[in-house]
Design a protein around this ligand. Structure first.
Ligand SMILES: [Ca+2]
Ligand SMILES: [Ca+2]
Length: 341
């Protein structure tokens, strides 16, 4: 990047209004982000009801085979409340609460994994935007101190824990020397909104709308903060993969994970959805601003990530929301797909 462009980038970044978050909504192509690997901790069982809750698939679609529905949950439509009248981030337009009407739909139980995405790439020779651009954003603790010093100018100005790093993409999610060994079942990251749309399309699916995502997140409950209720840690257990400790230097990993966790780790509600909050942010089909006809408009993302902590990014609530431009990619941003019922 030329000096002039770098300066313009930093200027643009500085001009962003600082708000209390992890800075990952500023990871536009002209700025920075991150992510990682993890050891498996004891599996957290976040269930309120027994499995096989979704046996009604068969009643709903008697002709469908189990395989066709495999990995998806049927989310009942109807009228549902989304948003909240008690917003934590007013600028995010979490409020007001409103009623939406939805048709029944299916939603992936899991975030799309690296193994899933690899299948897609193998079948289609798809090249992600991060691969075409030649870089993506990773979190600072994925870089060695000497790398951090070297890349100092490629940090996001008001979120200096994000670095734009050449050669980082979904195949090298944690730095140019990293690979997917052991991460097959972790969520794919460094995928732009357009990459996510391409994947879902290939799979015969689509991205969920924000309303669909949020209704699914709420698991049939009304006005609760989290998919399972209002308490962050019922039974003193961790129900999601977020940050414990001081941000950005002291992640105590009490939930078992410093970075991403496998997509099937935290079962969070009666719809049998895993990691719907936490782990990685998830793209939705919605524009951040209705009618935005820009070249790379902002799209709504939901659910927060492993980098979120209540002190600065209390966005792992169902009503919370944030945004990135369509071409953005980062180490804490992935997706799951939906399908019409
Ligand atoms: Ca964690
Ligand atoms: Ca998630």
């Amino acid at each position: 990047m030329g000096k002039l462009k770098a300066a313009l980038v930093l200027l643009a970044i500085f001009s962003h209004q600082a708000n209390a978050d992890c800075g990952c909504n500023k990871l536009e192509r002209d700025a920075t982000v991150a992510e990682t690997v993890v050891e498996e901790p004891a599996q957290q069982v976040c269930q309120q009801q027994a499995r096989n809750k979704n046996k009604h698939y068969r009643d709903y679609y008697p002709e469908e085979t189990e395989e066709e529905m495999e990995g998806m949950s049927l989310i009942p439509g109807g009228s549902h409340h989304v948003g909240t009248n008690e917003p934590h981030f007013k600028a995010d337009q979490e409020s007001p609460e409103r009623l939406v009407k939805l048709n029944d739909f299916f939603l992936d139980k899991y975030e799309v994994s690296n193994a899933n995405f690899a299948e897609f790439v193998e079948a289609t020779n798809y090249t992600t935007e991060a691969e075409r651009f030649g870089d993506s954003f990773i979190f600072k603790t994925l870089l060695r101190p000497e790398q951090q010093a070297e890349l100092e100018d490629y940090r996001v100005a008001n979120a200096v824990w994000w670095y734009k790093v050449s050669g980082v993409n979904w195949r090298h999610p944690n730095g140019i020397d990293s690979n997917l060994d052991g991460l097959e079942q972790h969520p794919v990251v460094h995928v732009s909104w357009r990459d996510a749309v391409a994947y879902c399309d290939w799979a015969g699916k689509r991205l969920p709308s924000e309303a669909e995502w949020e209704v699914a997140c709420r698991g049939g409950k009304q006005r609760k903060l989290f998919p399972w209720g209002n308490k962050l840690m019922p039974k003193d257990k961790h129900w999601l993969n977020i940050w414990q400790g001081e941000f950005p230097d002291g992640n105590t990993q009490e939930d078992g994970y410093q970075f991403t966790c496998p997509v099937d780790r935290f079962r969070q509600n009666n719809y049998d959805l895993y990691n719907i909050v936490g782990n990685v942010w998830e793209w939705t089909s919605d524009l951040w601003q209705a009618g935005d006809t820009g070249q790379s408009p902002n799209r709504v993302k939901k659910g927060g990530s492993y980098l979120c902590h209540k002190s600065y990014c209390y966005r792992y609530r169902c009503a919370a929301r944030s945004q990135n431009t369509e071409d953005s990619s980062a180490g804490n941003l992935g997706f799951r797909c939906a399908k019409n019922a």
